[in-house]
Design a protein. Structure first.
Ligand SMILES: *Cc1c(COP(=O)(O)O)cnc(C)c1O
Length: 393
């Protein structure tokens, strides 16, 4: 079972007790969960993992839930790692894979984070949860809250994709559409949560969503027989998936499962909202608020990620980069991926394909390198964005 040991402030390193409800640290930093990896290393063998559940919960020793009865699972994780032969051939790349997170419950990798966060809410006695969301996190929260019998309060921009709105309503959540961005939604949750008795499950403002998302890194290593690719492309909104994978790699090294070599981490953003790219290019440690954020890739419309310093650190330390593509190139690549691979990706996944093309052209990536792209969601969640491409006369 879990080897959770304590929580640690990502800014100051100060320790916090596990098994209690926390949001941010006193210094305002996200809290990271730490495990007794030495004990895990001795008691756990990676050869046993395939005997575990066919979900991300096969990694339970490095997830925070103490009592397995508290796990709320809808079958999240263990998504396919698809070898893209036809796209690879077009790009001249023999070693190109896509990890297809669109296969998850509620059609995006947000299911991983919310499965873990809601399980911890059950363990710690939370009854009411609230979330500001660009869309997919809300859908996942609503689904897991429904499965756990918790009350869910959701705040989304009023132009959120229709799929997210309908899903949340169907799952029985209380939905408020806000005239603004996810940052405005976050402010409303922060203002109201104490009076309403809500636990705030905003990205990185609680410690457990990142733990669920980090399993994308564990699974990749398992699926690649305990090796990692040369390069990873990740569509970066709040950046939690990227931060989580980076954490998973360190944990796996401590477990003795992989060596010290890391993939170059590429944070992919869009031209209409690229705070991380700007900070990367200016050599800054933190990003600044991106004004007038706009893109059809709802998951990437995050004007100021809370964990920006962790994203930038992983991109820099790994020798990776941050890059923005246009909405048009992103949607073109989404359709191309569908045509060539039979995979109907979220625009966010298309953004990574477009970014790969740019970095091949610039010489940052060599054709023979092994590359994994994360398609973080299903195209089925984005009917409005794709309908523009295929008007029904
Ligand atoms: C939320 C979301 C993202 C961004 O995820 P982060 O890990 O927070 O950067 C990317 N793609 C999709 C489809 C999303 O829903």
């Amino acid at each position: 079972m879990t080897t959770v040991s304590y929580l640690e402030c990502s800014l100051t390193g100060k320790r916090y007790e596990a098994g209690k409800l926390w949001n941010l640290s006193e210094a305002g930093g996200p809290l990271l969960v730490r495990y007794d990896l030495e004990t895990a290393r001795q008691a756990w063998n990676r050869e046993w993992i395939p005997n575990g559940p066919s979900s991300m919960w096969r990694y339970a020793p490095v997830l925070p839930v103490r009592n397995p009865a508290h796990i709320v699972s809808l079958g999240e994780g263990m998504t396919p790692l698809v070898k893209t032969d036809r796209l690879g051939e077009r790009l001249g790349m023999p070693k190109l894979w896509i990890k297809d997170e669109g296969i998850n419950p509620t059609g995006s990798f947000k299911a991983r984070g919310l499965s873990c966060a809601i399980s911890m809410c059950v363990e710690l006695g939370v009854k009411k949860v609230a979330i500001p969301s660009a869309g997919n996190a809300a859908s996942a929260l609503a689904a897991y809250a429904a499965a756990a019998g918790l009350e869910a309060h959701i705040f989304m921009p009023k132009d959120v994709p229709q799929s997210n709105y309908i899903e949340c309503k169907s799952f029985g959540a209380n939905v408020t559409l806000v005239d603004g961005l996810i940052s405005d939604c976050g402010r409303i949750v922060a203002e109201r949560k104490d009076a309403e008795g809500w636990f705030d499950v905003s990205t990185l403002k609680e410690p457990y969503r990142i733990e669920g998302k980090k399993t994308m890194g564990y699974e990749l290593a398992e699926q690649m027989r305990w090796t990692l690719p040369d390069v990873i492309f990740y569509p970066c909104g709040g950046g939690v998936g990227l931060i989580g994978m980076w954490k998973a790699f360190d944990e796996m090294e401590a477990l003795g499962w992989i060596g010290s070599k890391r993939p170059r981490m590429i944070a992919v953003q869009v031209e209409g909202c690229q705070p991380v790219v700007r900070a990367f290019e200016q050599g800054d440690e933190r990003s600044t608020f991106w004004d007038n954020a706009h893109t059809v890739a709802a998951g990437l419309r995050v004007p100021k990620p809370l964990g920006d310093f962790l994203i930038l650190d992983a991109c820099r330390k790994s020798g990776g980069t941050a890059i923005a593509v246009s909405d048009e190139a992103m949607m073109d690549a989404g359709v191309e991926l569908a045509e060539l691979e039979g995979m109907f990706a979220a625009p966010e996944g298309g953004a990574c394909v477009a970014a790969l093309r740019n970095l091949l052209a610039s010489g940052f990536i060599q054709k023979e390198e092994s590359v994994v792209i994360y398609n973080t969601g299903s195209g089925l969640k984005y009917m409005e964005a794709y309908s523009d491409r295929f008007p029904r006369s």
